[in-house]
Design a protein around this ligand. Structure first.
Ligand SMILES: Cc1cc2nc3c(=O)[nH]c(=O)nc-3n(C[C@H](O)[C@H](O)[C@H](O)COP(=O)(O)O)c2cc1C
Length: 186
């Protein structure tokens, strides 16, 4: 039986390692998502580094056009990312840079965006703070509750979504319910 999804959610993982706990957060999200949300991943590491010489109308790399089309087709973006040196991992910053050019007519505007983090000792708070601070500038609505800032998440969360902390799955479920509510309210 096919499920009628109402909203498309692009999912992005800021960690490239196979055993990533942030990949685990996305695996949990896939498991508990309301039926109205269709979660679809994009592998950001396929993108070249942002370069305005490449970003010329009509001659952008195919993968950049694919990325921008995927963002355009999505109603929402779900990001799970670690914090690297008090900021974003380069692969995530690079993908955002591609999605937010050219200024004033880029494809990232108008998306509902929700960000969660499995970080180090700080739970990824600086990465979350940066993203949630800059999203309104890009024209996005940010869904931030309940907070999901896992301190040393890699110690208890596996990439397949296995997790020894019983509070994580309910938080992800509630966050996706809030994401759906924000999408329905638009
Ligand atoms: C280059 C690098 C820089 C890091 N910088 C920070 C940091 O500034 N703050 C923090 O809380 N954790 C930091 N960490 C730790 C990661 O956030 C942590 O290992 C995280 O759980 C990794 O996510 P993953 O399991 O999805 O790979 C850093 C890790 C790396 C590899």
């Amino acid at each position: 039986m096919s499920i009628a999804h109402s909203f498309r959610v692009l999912t992005l993982c800021g960690s490239l390692r196979n055993a990533s706990s942030n990949r685990g957060l996305l695996a949990i999200a896939q498991r508990v998502a309301p039926p109205a949300l269709l979660l679809e991943p994009f592998a950001m590491e396929r993108l070249p580094y942002y370069n305005l010489d490449l970003d010329q109308p009509g001659s952008e790399p195919d993968v950049v056009l694919e990325w921008r089309n995927r963002v355009t087709a999505a109603d929402a973006v779900l990001i799970a990312t670690p914090e690297y040196n008090g900021s974003l991992p380069a692969v995530l910053k690079n993908a955002i840079d591609w999605a937010t050019r050219p200024p004033g007519q880029h494809v990232f505007a108008g998306k509902v965006v929700t960000v969660m983090s499995s970080g180090g000792g700080g739970g990824g708070a600086k990465a979350l703070g940066y993203l949630n601070g800059v999203l309104p500038f890009f024209g996005n609505t940010a869904v931030t509750e309940p907070a999901i800032e896992l301190k040393k998440g890699a110690e208890f969360l596996q990439a397949d979504g296995g997790c020894s902390d019983p509070s994580v799955e309910p938080s992800v479920r509630d966050r996706l319910a809030n994401l759906l509510a924000a999408l329905e309210a638009r």
